[in-house]
Write a protein that binds this ligand. Structure first.
Ligand code: ARG
Length: 413
């Protein structure tokens, strides 16, 4: 009896070819697993193609809810952006896909799992590390890494084996999509001097062509989780989908960057992430009201660590668990509303309020109801500057080659 393998299957050209190839060249019984993270528009034709490619079964799992609750929202609470820009949509999906592949392998008593990631990208690292961590006994086949088929060869292979590929050939780019965003690479994007061709953008309107009239929305957060839109309670999937559509219509959430891949390559990537952009910006602005200076500072550092570990495929690590614990705890009072304006590619925070806000009008105001003790400022300043004063007088002042320009004129003569 042939060994069973579970293939992470998107329904596209590459994974369809992979399905056939695993049977023909490696002798596996192939079971396809398609994981819906909000990226799939044509499940039926994907299923059909899987069967044409010889899969013994094609299973679809709707993982949208879990994706948002366990992966996306915790990363959003951390305000995680890789290299300050990429909201990590693709990267966040991988540990969940790995987990579901492993679960399916257990269910069907498979010995192996397979994916179609290339040998140059981050996605193979994320999947392999997660699978090895969750199930060290499973064998992993990276089909694209092992068969090294060019695109033309893959097309020929599909034709030869009667796999219908017409709809899968439209894009000249390598793309990945889920609820949190869309990633685009390759093709004309490989020249960072060239503006991205207009056909890379599928979710977002050209800012100049977006409506003249702005959209104004109110997003409600509870403990750092978005729970309502314009006062209406909304489930995670619906809320993110709505923000994605609205943001897209107003040209919000385009990112064009050269990023550093884990495998050492600099790569030009384009992202469309309207919902992620709106939610992270709104969430951060609510934290301005609800977190202390020290918490904000710590969270900025955590955001970077968090983004790196997600990007680098270390989701199932102790370091992550610890960062997540701080992040979770920090969201205790991040409950309130943020009003945002979307207009021609520009996202503006118009207002924010929180139930347990740290902002105190009586302390901040320059008006009559000022309760801040201005006289106390003098004593505070004296002590705050004390160590600087001592050091400057004993070590720094009147030093002629002083780059801080501290020397006084009479002494420099
Ligand atoms: N560069 C991004 C990342 O590493 C996006 C990867 C997109 N994947 C793809 N198969 N096109 O997360």
């Amino acid at each position: 009896m042939a060994e069973k393998i579970i293939l992470a299957y998107s329904g596209g050209l590459d994974t369809s070819v992979a399905c056939k190839w695993l049977q023909e060249e490696r002798g596996y019984d192939v079971h396809c697993l398609t994981i819906d993270l909000g990226n799939l528009n044509d499940l039926e034709s994907a299923k059909k193609r899987g069967t044409e490619a010889g899969a013994l079964s094609v299973n679809v799992i709707d993982a949208k809810e879990d994706f948002l609750n366990y992966f996306v929202f915790p990363a959003m609470q951390a305000n995680a952006l890789y290299q300050g820009q990429y909201p990590l949509a693709t990267a966040l999906g991988r540990p969940l896909i790995a987990k579901l592949l492993v679960d399916k392998a257990r269910e069907l008593n498979a010995t192996s799992v397979a994916h179609g990631c290339t040998g140059k990208g981050n996605d193979q690292v994320r999947l392999d590390v997660a699978i090895n961590t969750l199930a060290p006994d499973l064998n992993i086949v990276g089909t694209a890494r092992e068969n090294e088929m060019s695109r033309d060869a893959a097309i020929d292979y599909a034709k030869k084996h009667g796999i219908s590929i017409k709809q899968t050939l439209e894009s000249p780019y390598s793309t990945d999509e889920n609820l949190w965003g869309r990633s685009v690479e390759c093709g004309e994007l490989e020249d960072p001097w060239e503006e991205p061709p207009s056909d890379v953008w599928l979710w977002t309107a050209e800012p100049e062509a977006a409506p003249d009239k702005p959209a104004i929305l109110e997003i409600g957060f509870e403990n750092g989780i978005p729970v309502s839109l314009d006062g209406e309670k909304m489930g995670a999937v619906e809320l993110v989908q709505n923000l994605s559509n609205l943001g897209g219509q107003h040209g919000i959430g385009r990112v064009d960057m050269v990023e550093d891949r884990l495998v050492g390559i600099k790569s030009r990537e384009v992202y469309e992430a309207p919902a992620a952009t709106i939610l992270i910006t709104a969430h951060k602005s609510l934290e301005q009201l609800t977190l202390s200076r020290s918490q904000i500072r710590m969270k900025e550092q955590i955001a970077q660590e968090y983004a790196d570990l997600i990007y680098n495929g270390l989701w199932y690590s102790g370091h992550h668990r610890d960062l997540a614990a701080y992040t979770q705890s920090s969201q205790r009072d991040v409950t309130g509303q943020v009003r945002v304006k979307l207009w021609k590619g520009v996202l503006t925070i118009l207002g924010k309020q929180a139930e347990r806000s740290l902002y105190s009008k009586e302390l901040a105001t320059y008006g009559d109801d000022d309760q801040f003790d201005q006289k106390a400022a003098q004593g505070f300043i004296k002590l705050h500057g004390l160590s600087v004063q001592v050091q400057a007088h004993r070590q720094l002042l009147n030093n002629n080659d002083d780059p801080l320009y501290l020397a006084s004129p009479e002494k420099t003569e």
